[in-house]
Design a protein around this ligand. Structure first.
Ligand SMILES: [Zn+2]
Ligand SMILES: [Zn+2]
Length: 369
């Protein structure tokens, strides 16, 4: 029996169950003792229906843990290994993986189904199948995870910090280092300074941006943005953020802008605050029905702006997870500072409220076993 926070239906609070059955890992799968899990905005997006996933489901996709048991045919992992969970599997052999785009691995087609790679589930509650978000389900103290969704890490890295790498750090820092092409001395604007936005900011700093303009509604988040490397702070809601960015960049606009919220109006703002010939990177996850209203001739042709989507920080997890751990060891990447609150799994509903109130970068769940 395992313990996990379960979403029964969209808009419900999560409920912690202690009597969840877990099957043995199937071929190509491993049983992972989940040590820690971040509470990410995308977990809340499943809860409120922005990201439609089937229920009942164990949420959580940003985690790290220790391999407890491996299924048949697993060759790259053994019991005792420390791992970061990747919410996109990385098979290494499909069309996209072979082209260095493992964040688009063709095996990820199954992540929205809530089961394993073959569509079946390994968890059950009161005899009913229980799904796992993106083949992870890190709001449980154990999970069955495909081998291709696990990245082995060194044993000496604190698993609480490693957990955060799994989504927010890979996505945010990856947006700045992989998706965007920031040049030393560039000006960067970041719209939305939650957990991922803060990582975009520290990524932009690592990439050598000298002016980093943070934009958010909440003063509390702008304070955190400053700690992570923002040089200029704009409180949205007080006037026009596009005009404010123009004023800070000699009327030109930012070399690179990032949208890390996922709302139509803020995506348009991010594109409009990008300079002629600059890049706008879309990181935030919009609802399925969001459409954009942009001037096609000016945005893309006369002003030659590049608009790029950023999925999972354009990361190749097998290279990028060790790279990020290296940056942390060199003191260039802040991880501990991302943790605003440490909670048990029963605190997850409060963590959603704290996130909506702009009070936390990350709430971190540590599991008991
Ligand atoms: Zn692949
Ligand atoms: Zn996430």
């Amino acid at each position: 029996m395992i313990t996990a926070a379960v979403l029964k239906a969209v808009d419900d609070d999560l409920v912690v169950h202690h009597d969840i059955e877990i099957a043995a890992p199937g071929p190509g799968e491993a049983k992972v003792k989940i040590v820690a899990s971040g509470v990410c905005h995308s977990d809340m997006s499943v809860q409120n229906g922005t990201m439609p996933l089937p229920t009942p489901i164990v949420l959580g996709h940003e985690g790290a843990g220790i391999i407890e048991e491996v299924g048949e045919g697993v060759t790259t992992l053994k019991p005792g290994d420390h791992v970061v969970l990747s919410f996109i599997p990385s098979c290494g052999a499909c069309y996209c993986c072979e082209r260095g785009q493992s964040y688009l691995c063709e095996k990820s087609a199954m992540i929205a189904a809530g089961g394993m790679l073959d569509g079946t589930t390994r968890l059950s509650l009161a005899g009913e199948p229980l799904r796992q978000m993106t083949m992870c389900g890190t709001f449980g103290n154990y999970a069955i995870v495909p081998e291709i969704s696990l990245v082995k890490i060194d044993d000496d890295i604190d698993l609480r910090l490693a957990a955060l790498i799994g989504c927010g750090v890979l996505t945010g820092v990856g947006a700045a280092l992989n998706t965007a092409s920031i040049r030393p001395g560039d000006s960067v604007a970041v719209v939305g300074c939650g957990g991922v936005g803060l990582n975009v900011i520290q990524g932009a700093k690592i990439a050598g941006a000298t002016r980093i303009i943070a934009i958010d509604m909440f003063e509390s988040k702008l304070k955190m943005a400053e700690q992570f490397g923002a040089t200029d702070l704009i409180q949205a809601g007080e006037g026009d953020p596009v005009g404010a960015v123009m004023a800070l960049t000699e009327g030109r606009g930012a070399d690179v802008s990032f949208e890390v919220i996922g709302l139509g109006p803020t995506i348009e703002q991010a594109i409009n605050m990008t300079r002629t010939g600059g890049e706008a990177i879309l990181v935030g996850v919009p609802r399925m029905d969001v459409m954009l209203n942009l001037n096609a001739a000016f945005t893309f042709l006369y002003l030659s702006k590049t608009v790029k989507g950023c999925w999972y920080g354009s990361s190749n997890v097998r290279e990028d997870v060790p790279k990020l751990i290296g940056l942390y060891r060199e003191g260039k990447l802040m991880l501990e500072e991302l943790i605003s609150k440490e909670i048990g799994v029963d605190g997850v509903n409060q963590a959603f409220l704290d996130m909506q109130g702009g009070e936390v970068a990350r709430s971190l769940i540590t599991h008991t076993h």
